[in-house]
Design a protein. Structure first.
Length: 243
């Protein structure tokens, strides 16, 4: 707090907040992408059109009720179908990932427990959500339902442990309206008032892989004191010319 006040960052921090926590279901499947008809694509699925109302209802549930009815938003993808070397490395196998958001508070009481040692109550809550997520995913892909060989899920506190996200978020700062106001965007820069401290990734750009990639380029610009975007475009031209 003293560092924040010393460098005048308290105003900025009052305008941003943690993003939502996330749970990630990892499923190993028996069968190749051809046998299972899996495509190298991502699927976002919603249970209705009023996304704000649905998400508010979902996040207001108690942890015990979280998986008792449909989850309003899911991301479903098949990473193995995107990897041209997967079949050579893992013949006859495929993978699926199903992700959704959830309040960190659902799992917060276990945040200081050891990995794999969080007890039956934690495991029951985790698997309740996982089972519901999988059941919903299989409505879209019913042919993979009986092909499961591996089934486990990471929670917001898993994210905190392995990737250091304070509240289990996978998209960094919350992408609310306040975060994208001009005065906030101007301050969310790679270079900070604190010497040798730089921001990068999604928090200086926008969410997901593309945002993280561009955020890293913004930071490289500052650290290297050069236009790496021009470097990248020149490299692309050179590679195209040499084809």
């Amino acid at each position: 707090k003293q560092v924040v006040l010393k460098h005048g960052l308290d105003g900025l921090l009052s305008k941003v907040r943690h993003g939502a926590g996330a749970v990630s279901l990892f499923v190993g499947l028996r069968g190749t992408k051809e046998e299972l008809g899996l495509k190298a694509q991502n699927c976002w699925t919603f249970t209705g059109n009023d996304h704000d109302a649905m998400f508010e209802e979902y996040t207001s549930r108690s942890p015990e009720d979280a998986g008792k009815s449909d989850i309003p938003l899911l991301f479903v993808s098949f990473p193995s179908a995107k990897d041209p070397s997967h079949e050579q490395r893992y013949p006859g196998k495929s993978t699926c990932v199903v992700i959704t958001l959830c309040p960190y508070e659902w799992f917060e009481k276990w945040e200081n427990e050891r990995v794999m040692k969080r007890g039956q109550e934690y495991q029951a809550l985790k698997m309740s959500l996982a089972t519901r997520m999988w059941e919903q995913a299989c409505r879209l892909y019913p042919h993979i339902k009986d092909r499961v060989e591996y089934f486990d899920m990471g929670t917001p506190i898993t994210n905190k442990h392995y990737i250091g996200s304070p509240r289990g978020e996978i998209y960094g700062l919350d992408h609310n309206m306040a975060r994208f106001q001009a005065d906030v965007v101007i301050q969310l820069r790679s270079e900070t008032p604190i010497p040798n401290l730089y921001l990068t990734g999604q928090d200086v750009s926008t969410s997901s892989f593309g945002g993280a990639l561009y955020g890293s380029l913004f930071t490289a610009n500052v650290v290297l004191n050069r236009n790496v975007f021009s470097d990248a475009m020149n490299l692309q031209k050179m590679l195209a010319k040499n084809k």
